[in-house]
Design a protein around this ligand. Structure first.
Ligand code: 13P
Ligand code: SF4
Length: 330
């Protein structure tokens, strides 16, 4: 079949031949180029299945820091690629679609965050990993949803702390650590969408189902949850629980791995406010496709770059997070 040229991120790539065995082709390219594929749990099932590593934000950062591959293909969003590049500056880091951004990271522009930080000079700055490299460069320690509680707990009880950018995660961490951290007013458009009424209706229909929620959800959703945790923690809980049915309030991509690990259990994605949309799918995460993954491996494009001056500062709070996490066995 004649190949047609097409445009991905301004780059002339390749219209995939429908007869191509794309999985075999990706595996072959990966081997030839000594590349590793890392995928977040919010990627589509086919991408998760072909990845060498599938994990949450913390695990992706930990693997990116350790890999011996020459190329890291980060199937996730831009800030995850940036984190990988900052930790492994000598490696080529690719993200299948460079437009895969993050509404939470976008809710915290670096110049505005700098004003907020400068207005509170005696505060320690804790930032969620869902931030740009420029925001990380203004930060004392980075956290993910897996380690935020433990890292905040590691500070003295009277430590003055700024927490950004997720107000829901910040509120939740304040509540479980009894802190009064100053919060940046940002949020993730996916996790903010879940509806208390619709989850309550589902719970009425399936009274035996346990509600699992990610801490980026609003406090009203967290209040009705049986278990609150990061993507990896929700997965672990679902495999270890005796319950056979779960209502899952986070991006629905995680259901793929939950179902794989517990084929005898039922996982119901929590409905968003507007049930006419697939709002519990992150439209940024879902920009990555198998076709784009193939093209990005083949052409080694699009590549993540980080300004070396920014990276020099941003690497410090990320490494601090990794060191504390290692010490705590996370
Ligand atoms: P975790 O991977 O830490 O669970 O975060 C979820 C998320 O929203 C990633 O973008
Ligand atoms: Fe960002 Fe939310 Fe998408 Fe995660 S799910 S990448 S926080 S927009």
């Amino acid at each position: 079949m004649k190949k047609q040229e097409w445009l991905i991120n301004g780059f002339v790539g390749e219209q995939i031949d429908p007869d191509l065995d794309i999985k075999a082709a990706i595996k072959q390219l990966k081997k030839e180029k000594n590349a590793v594929i890392m995928a977040h749990y919010y990627q589509t099932g086919d991408i998760q299945d072909i990845a060498d590593y599938v994990g949450d934000s913390l695990a992706l950062a930990q693997w990116a820091a350790k890999t011996e591959a020459d190329i890291i293909v980060l199937c996730g969003v831009h800030f995850m690629g940036e984190t990988a590049k900052i930790l492994s500056p000598n490696k080529k880091v690719l993200v299948p679609d460079l437009n895969a951004g993050c509404s939470l990271a976008d809710s915290c522009p670096a110049d505005k965050f700098a004003e907020f930080v400068n207005a509170h000079p005696d505060y320690t700055v804790v930032s969620y990993v869902n931030t740009t490299a420029a925001v990380k460069a203004l930060t004392d320690v980075v956290v993910t949803s897996t380690n935020a509680k433990q890292i905040v707990d590691s500070f003295a009880a009277d430590e003055k702390i700024i927490f950004g950018p997720d107000r829901n995660l910040g509120n939740y961490i304040n509540s479980i650590t009894r802190r009064k951290m100053l919060l940046w007013d940002g949020a993730c458009h996916v996790h903010e969408q879940f509806s208390v009424e619709k989850i309550a209706e589902l719970k009425k229909q399936y009274p035996d189902a346990l509600i699992l929620a990610h801490p980026e959800c609003k406090s009203t959703i967290l209040a009705m949850a049986d278990f609150v945790g990061s993507t990896a923690a929700l997965l672990k809980f679902s495999t270890q629980s005796n319950s056979k049915r779960f209502i899952v309030a986070t991006e629905s991509g995680i259901l793929h791995e939950m179902q794989k690990q517990s084929p005898d259990k039922e996982f119901i994605p929590a409905p968003p406010n507007d049930s006419t949309c697939a709002c519990n799918e992150c439209n940024f995460m879902r920009l990555n496709t198998m076709e784009k993954l193939y093209n990005c491996l083949k052409y080694e494009f699009p590549e993540i770059t980080v300004d070396p001056e920014v990276a020099k500062e941003a690497v410090k709070p990320i490494k601090r997070m990794l060191e504390i996490s290692e010490r705590l066995g996370l």
